[in-house]
Design a protein around this ligand. Structure first.
Ligand code: 6R9
Length: 704
């Protein structure tokens, strides 16, 4: 606190800092704040708000200097040109364009592996792999990882995969997943990882869009006690995508995941399928690197929007590399002695940036977990933390809430005398030591203060700062995040923008608002990790993200800023639902529902859900004369599971003989949201409805 009182006053043109720095410097109300310990701050990369301020100011006033200094610590075959970056974020001034380090050539796989091996980290563990079943585990050192990556890279080259070709990856959390990503990067191929919970239809859609030469998968995976036959899903997806007329994926490279399924029971297509274990070990363990331009694409990752089909977010090499490495280092206060565990799947952006690239670029040792976090019991995560002596644990609020529920329930259910004897033996958290932990992290959705406190007090023993990182598939890396040694925390706030990020809040007219306010979260200038386009659809890129508020990148999120300048994310303001941290477009679910022959129309809204954050609530209108039944309800849900994946299945189907519409035929989702959350006295003005009585009808059918 003392050091803050001596801060210089005036933060120039950086509005969100004025609140902290101006005047008496400290307007904080002590009781909202949780300070890092002195010991923690003393050893941190950024030990005080003052240091943050100094670095942040430089990053905004001289982005080129700030980022090129950092970029210089990476290996570049050839240094970038005169201009460190080039940007136009303003649709009124022409095409949207973002470039960083253009003309520089590098390779992210080289920087993740070869550089670390050369620096003497060859024998350091890169990945600790923990299987679904406790006791099943493996490790890979940096040198072993490099060898494995090279073998696969050589194979890919051998079957004709070249720089710029797409490779679709449908793998669970085996080490082969980051191995595959890195092998693609090594030869300049563009990986497109599809989360292995997506259905065959979703996978087919992505395959058709990016036309890969090869699909890489495994035969099956066990999650908890369930076996999921991934290869069958790929088979179905390949049949479906071949019907689209484009010739794609003549090879399906399949890893035999023995603990889930034996080779012999896997369905096989001789002319197309290849067992990983039969071919990859035969290849040499060295493979020349393909030097690529900083602006050459590194990967595609599909994400949901409010309309239409999923968008292929394109990230390029150089800026993404510099940005993920830097955000990882600062937001988690990473040190070489840390053991890091991020529970995200590589099928999402978090797994790309903060399981694979960010940690490896820093030479970190990371845990990869194949299984389900509550299997065989809700203590599994803390068991893993103790087993590997994890120091940085990064997860999602939905997992925090579900473990919170399970461990609290267990405490009361199994130990009725807890209040008398104080024994904690039944508590799934406290029965483990967790002493190794020093930093916690959260991502995917706003973390509600009660979950935050449970995470902080119980899991972290009130000792570990929580980095609540706000960012998106599109942003490549953290945008608003605590720096754990610098900031006093407020439970539920993502705090302040990362270096180089000019986060602003605008009103409906797109006018920036300062001080204490709430509105739409936008970003005013580019940052190295920003996505550069949507695959094959630059126009949609501009329309979705840059047209709503000209001059800005629009995140799609609402945000408020408090009197101390802290940022509080309030959730999506568009038709995107965030279920357990997974982004799901209402339009996608609606289209899956109406593809059912007996469904005439569907409207999907998000409702608050205790564990998942948001649940999916679907209103469905049936074809004339079709009666609503339990069987039909199941059929509708099955359609969504089949077309998108189980994680997008509606929690509630509400039969709607009619939907509330305006006279111009627009569905009034505002009213549907109120009905879905049973806030019936808050329906507001229904006078613009074409048929006001449909509302009463819907209310009457709420529990059918
Ligand atoms: C990284 C990731 C992005 C959307 C984003 C926002 C929500 C993510 C958050 C958060 C509040 C956080 N979100 N992190 N909201 N606080 N710390 O999740 O990417 O799957 O693209 O989702 O998730 O709504 O717009 P992605």
């Amino acid at each position: 606190v003392e050091s803050m009182a001596t801060m210089p006053s005036g933060a120039g043109n950086i509005p969100h800092l004025n609140a902290i720095v101006l005047g008496e410097a400290l307007a904080f109300e002590e009781n909202d704040l949780i300070f890092p310990s002195d010991d923690f701050s003393r050893q941190a990369h950024v030990p005080s708000p003052l240091k943050y301020l100094e670095m942040y100011k430089r990053s905004i006033e001289d982005p080129a200097g700030f980022w090129s200094d950092i970029a210089s610590s990476f290996y570049w075959k050839q240094k970038w040109g005169q201009q460190v970056y080039l940007e136009n974020l303003d649709v009124r001034k022409g095409d949207i364009r973002i470039e960083w380090f253009k003309g520089g050539t590098t390779n992210i796989c080289y920087n993740c592996l070869d550089s670390n091996v050369e620096a003497g980290l060859g024998d350091k563990i890169a990945f600790y792999w923990e299987g679904n079943e406790p006791g099943v585990d493996a490790t890979l050192t940096y040198i072993q990882l490099l060898h494995n990556v090279c073998q696969l890279a050589n194979y890919l080259k051998d079957i004709g995969v070249k720089k710029g070709d797409a490779v679709v990856v449908y793998l669970p959390m085996l080490m082969e997943l980051p191995i595959t990503m890195l092998a693609c990067a090594r030869i300049g191929a563009v990986h497109s990882v599809v989360f292995a919970g997506f259905s065959a239809e979703s996978l087919a859609q992505r395959i058709v869009d990016c036309k890969p030469k090869v699909v890489i998968t495994c035969n099956a995976v066990k999650r908890g006690s369930k076996v999921i036959h991934l290869k069958d899903i790929v088979d179905a997806a390949l049949i479906e995508s071949s019907q689209s007329g484009v010739s794609i994926a003549d090879v399906c490279l399949t890893y035999e995941n023995q603990s889930a399924m034996k080779k012999e029971s896997t369905k096989w297509k001789e002319e197309r399928d290849v067992w990983w274990q039969d071919v990859i070990p035969k290849y040499p363990t060295t493979c020349a690197v393909e030097w690529v331009d900083a602006e050459d694409p590194l990967f595609l990752l599909y994400t949901s929007g409010s309309t239409g089909k999923p968008k292929g977010v394109v990230h390029t090499t150089g800026g993404y590399m510099v940005y993920t490495a830097t955000t990882f280092k600062y937001a988690f206060d990473y040190k070489p002695s840390d053991i890091y565990w991020c529970t995200a799947d590589c099928g999402w952006i978090t797994g790309h940036s903060y399981v694979t690239y960010g940690p490896l670029l820093n030479g970190a040792s990371a845990v990869i977990f194949e299984g389900a976090p509550n299997y065989p019991n809700p203590g599994r995560c803390w068991d893993i933390v103790d087993k590997y002596q994890v120091t940085i644990f990064y997860t999602a609020p939905t997992l925090v809430r579900s473990l919170m529920r399970d461990s609290d329930e267990a405490r009361y259910l199994t130990c009725p005398y807890f209040h008398l004897c104080g024994c904690d033996i039944f508590n799934y958290v406290t029965r483990y030591s967790r002493k190794s932990l020093r930093v916690l992290g959260s991502v995917g959705e706003p973390i509600n203060p009660s979950a935050w406190r449970w995470f902080f007090n119980l899991v972290g023993d009130s000792r570990c700062p929580i980095s609540d990182t706000w960012w998106q598939t599109e942003t490549g890396g953290f945008m608003i995040t605590p720096l754990p040694g610098a900031w006093p925390q407020k439970p539920g706030s993502a705090t302040f923008p990362f270096f180089g990020v000019q986060a602003v809040i605008v009103d409906e007219k797109g006018v920036e608002i300062e001080g204490e306010c709430s509105g739409y979260l936008c970003v005013k200038s580019s940052w190295p990790g920003a996505f550069r386009t949507l695959y094959g659809d630059h126009e949609r890129y501009e329309t979705t993200y840059f047209k709503p508020f000209p001059g800005y990148y629009f995140s799609g999120d609402g945000c408020s800023r408090d009197k101390d300048g802290y940022h509080w994310l309030t959730g999506r303001v568009d038709d995107v639902i965030n279920v357990s941290g997974h982004r799901i477009g209402t339009a996608e679910v609606e289209s899956a529902l109406v593809s059912h022959p007996q469904c005439a129309e569907a409207a999907v809204v998000g409702v608050e859900h205790e564990v998942k954050g948001q649940g999916i609530y679907a209103f469905v209108t049936l074809v004339e004369g079709v009666p609503y039944s339990e069987e039909l309800r199941k059929g509708l849900i099955l359609n969504v599971r089949k077309q998108i994946g189980a994680f997008a299945a509606p929690d509630k189907v509400h039969w709607a003989p009619g939907l509330p519409k305006t006279r111009s035929g627009k569905i009034m989702r505002r009213i549907l949201r109120k009905i879905a959350s049973r806030q019936l006295d808050e329906l507001g003005d229904t006078s613009t409805l074409a048929e006001p009585n449909v509302v009463d009808q819907l209310i009457a059918l709420a529990d059918v």
